[in-house]
Each structure stands twice: as structure tokens, then as C-alpha cells.
Write a protein that binds this ligand. Structure first.
Ligand SMILES: [Cu+2]
Length: 236
């Protein structure tokens, strides 16, 4: 009898968790057209030493073998859509005199750590249009910078004032329903509450500005939703 009661209680708990956890939105972004060839980064000698073999190139279009497009910022848009600020910080690293990742999603109010993993000095310079600008030197081995942004802004550009080829773009949105496509163009946004949303796929180089991003209307229920996009390479 006791065992049955426990089983029933467990089932009810599972059912309630399911209804509040929401569904996943997954999909793939495919590149159409041929982007211009990537250019070598004009590394200085100190940074060049960090790349003894293959030299790094620009990361304007990161396309996978079967046409998947990486570094696309995919996120939900809906008036008033909010979620709890994640306790986990997002990380923007500097490695090999590049920002890693190149495209990063962040929630308003969420902690962003900026790390220097290089044996050289960097100068972390955020150049937002809406949020507050900052410009901070970060020594080799220096401790992580901790920053937050309190306004929505896609994207906040990061540059380095020591190395003029270093850039990163941080998409700041008011909720955690965002993702960046991996090198094969795949994305997954987890735990979306039931409802109707606009799903946005924004590629910095192909679209230029957020208003030119591709979108689709989706309805999320209890089960996973799949949504695919095609992004056309910008005219050369
Ligand atoms: Cu730098």
C-alpha cells in the first residue's frame, strides 16, 4: 500500500514538472549562396606565436559540411516575455588573441565573465549603443572581469583596443530562450513555455541589423517544436 502511494505521488510530481518545464525548440540554419572567402587575421608577432601551425581567419561565415551555418543567434521574441535570470554566468574568453565565442547569448542582468587566457595584455572594450560602454585593460593572468547589461541589445559589440582584429558580439535579451547555432547550424532552445512566439534567426554578417533577420511564427505546446531557417549570404 505504501509503495503504491509513493508511486502515485511520484507520478503527480512528474506530471507537474513536465507542465512547467516547457518544450524544446530545435532546428537547423542553412546557408544559401557563397560568402566571400575569409581573410587572415593580421596578427602581431606576440599573437602569431600563439598560432604556431594554422593561422586564424575571420569568422564571418562559419559553414559546416552540409551547409549548416554556425554563429547564428536564435531567440524568441514576444512582448513581456521574461524568465528568471540564470545563476550561471556566461563566459567570453580571449584565447589566441581572439574572442571565444564570437557570438554569445546573454540575458539582461545575467553575469558575464570576460577572461584572458592569453599570455598577453588585452583591452576589453564593449561598444554598446543602448547599454553602458566600458573599456578595461586585462593583464595576462588577470582575474575575470564581471559585467552585466541591463538593457536588451542585439548585439553589443566587443573589441580589443590592443588588437584591432578582435571582435565578439553579445546578444542581450530579456529571457533565457536563446541559442547560438553550432558549427553544423543546429540550435536548441530548452524549456519554452507553451504559447505563440516569433522565432528570430539573426546572422550578423548576412543580415547586418536585427530588423533584417529572418523570423517565423511558432506555436509551442507540450512537445518539442522544430523550426528551420535559410540564411542568404550577403551580396559581395
Ligand atoms: Cu587583445
Amino acid at each position: 500500500m505504501m509503495r503504491n502511494l509513493k508511486f502515485v505521488a511520484g507520478s503527480i510530481l512528474c506530471a507537474s514538472l513536465l507542465s512547467t518545464q516547457g518544450a524544446d525548440v530545435t532546428g537547423k540554419v542553412t546557408l544559401k549562396g557563397t560568402p566571400p572567402p575569409e581573410k587572415d587575421l593580421p596578427l602581431d608577432p606576440a599573437c602569431g606565436k600563439l598560432w604556431p601551425n594554422e593561422k586564424p581567419k575571420t569568422r564571418f561565415y562559419v559553414a559546416g559540411a552540409d551547409g549548416g551555418l554556425g554563429d547564428v543567434f536564435v531567440y524568441l521574441k514576444k512582448d513581456g516575455l521574461k524568465s528568471d535570470v540564470p545563476a550561471k554566468a556566461a563566459l567570453l574568453d580571449q584565447k589566441g588573441c581572439e574572442y571565444v565565442p564570437y557570438i554569445l547569448g546573454l540575458q539582461t542582468g545575467q553575469k558575464l565573465l570576460v577572461r584572458n587566457s592569453d599570455p598577453v595584455l588585452h583591452n576589453v572594450h564593449a561598444t554598446p549603443k543602448v547599454n553602458k560602454e566600458f573599456n578595461l585593460a586585462q593583464m595576462a593572468g588577470g582575474k575575470d572581469l564581471e559585467k552585466t547589461f541591463d538593457q536588451n541589445e542585439v548585439f553589443v559589440r566587443f573589441k580589443c583596443d590592443v588588437h584591432p582584429w578582435m571582435f565578439a558580439y553579445v546578444g542581450v535579451v530579456p529571457h533565457s530562450y536563446h541559442a547560438v547555432t553550432d558549427k553544423d547550424g543546429k540550435f536548441k532552445i530548452e524549456g519554452v513555455p507553451a504559447g505563440k512566439y516569433t522565432l528570430v534567426a539573426f546572422h550578423r554578417k548576412a543580415h547586418g541589423t536585427e530588423d533584417k533577420a529572418v523570423t517565423q511564427e511558432i506555436t509551442v505546446g507540450d512537445s518539442a517544436v522544430s523550426a528551420n531557417f535559410t540564411v542568404e549570404a550577403a551580396a559581395q
